[in-house]
Design a protein around this ligand. Structure first.
Ligand code: ADP
Ligand code: MG
Length: 276
């Protein structure tokens, strides 16, 4: 494996009105491997969004450095290369709509890059196909459901052919169905297209499929591991304001009741398989 993003001792202070600044990241180091699916969790205010914004040079470290595919985010002349490699999707689907049809919305970013028209048409069709919105290509984006809007936002980013997709609570404003649609789309981008994913979420059941879970608190990484390790029962997630989803919790309880459930059993299917 090779690293696509590398943060070294990144500290970030937000300027504030008074003399004292707000430290949002504290000497944080992290290496993200190409093709990895990372879930990033932590209580409100722990620095998740601030970290996400460092991954494509929206924010620049106060100290330390961030490299994307070797390019330093602080170098002005690297910024274009960095933004081409790392695409962002945010929480509010309505803020990300820029055009009056689904198709034009996906084309917008490519037009801005000066991509030739026939290439744009092809890439837009591909991206809509990948997120399952091709049949809605002539629809007005504001009439889509929340889940469809977020899939549209993902298509807009995917059309630019990024190597890494950073999603900052993309499902926070969606209903359960929209959440599932978006999660499945993100999984597909990672598993089928090989795109590196950094997925910030406060829904603990959304992290079960990640390769690696990173837990932040007060600007630092306080834990990391596989979902099975994070939900093994050894970490006190509750004191971080996080909860263990029902199935891993049930598995923990069955284990402490004496049932010898193998490590790695984490979801309903695996549990049923084991029990039956
Ligand atoms: P999270 O995404 O985990 O909720 P954030 O990265 O948004 O955390 O925030 C980390 C810390 O930085 C918090 O203390 C927050 O209040 C502060 N913060 C975030 N954005 C700003 C801003 N624009 N100006 C000042 N402080 C900010
Ligand atoms: Mg946030």
């Amino acid at each position: 494996m090779s690293a696509i993003i590398k943060l070294q001792n990144v500290t970030f202070d937000y300027p504030s009105g008074d003399v004292k600044q707000i430290r949002a990241l504290e000497s944080l180091s992290l290496t993200i491997e190409e093709g990895e699916y990372i879930a990033l969790i932590g209580p409100n205010g722990s620095g998740k969004s601030t970290l996400a914004r460092h991954l494509n040079a929206i924010l620049l470290p106060t100290a330390g450095e961030v490299r994307v595919d070797g390019f330093l985010t602080t170098r002005e002349e690297h910024r274009w290369e960095i933004r081409r490699r790392v695409g962002m999707v945010f929480q509010n689907p309505d803020n990300q709509i820029v055009a009056t049809t689904v198709e034009e919305d996906v084309a917008f970013g490519l037009e801005n890059l000066g991509v030739e028209t026939p290439v744009i048409a092809r890439r837009v069709a591909e991206a809509l196909e990948m997120v399952g919105l091709q049949s809605l290509r002539n629809h007005a984006p504001h009439l889509l459901s929340g889940g469809q809007k977020q899939r549209l936002a993902i298509a807009g980013v995917i059309a630019m052919r990024p190597r890494c997709l950073v999603l900052d609570e993309p499902t926070a404003m969606l209903d359960p169905r929209g959440r599932r649609e978006v999660l499945e789309t993100v999984m597909k981008m990672n598993r089928q297209e090989g795109i590196t994913v950094v997925h910030i979420t406060h829904f603990m059941e959304e992290i079960l499929e990640a390769d690696r879970v990173i837990v932040m608190d007060r600007g630092k990484i306080v834990h990391q591991g596989t979902p099975a390790e994070i939900f093994s029962g050894e970490l006190d997630l509750y004191s971080l304001g996080l909860e263990v989803p029902i199935i891993p919790k049930l598995i923990q309880m069955l284990r402490s009741g004496g049932l010898n459930i193998p490590a790695g059993v984490l979801n309903v299917d695996e549990l049923v398989n084991f029990l039956c």
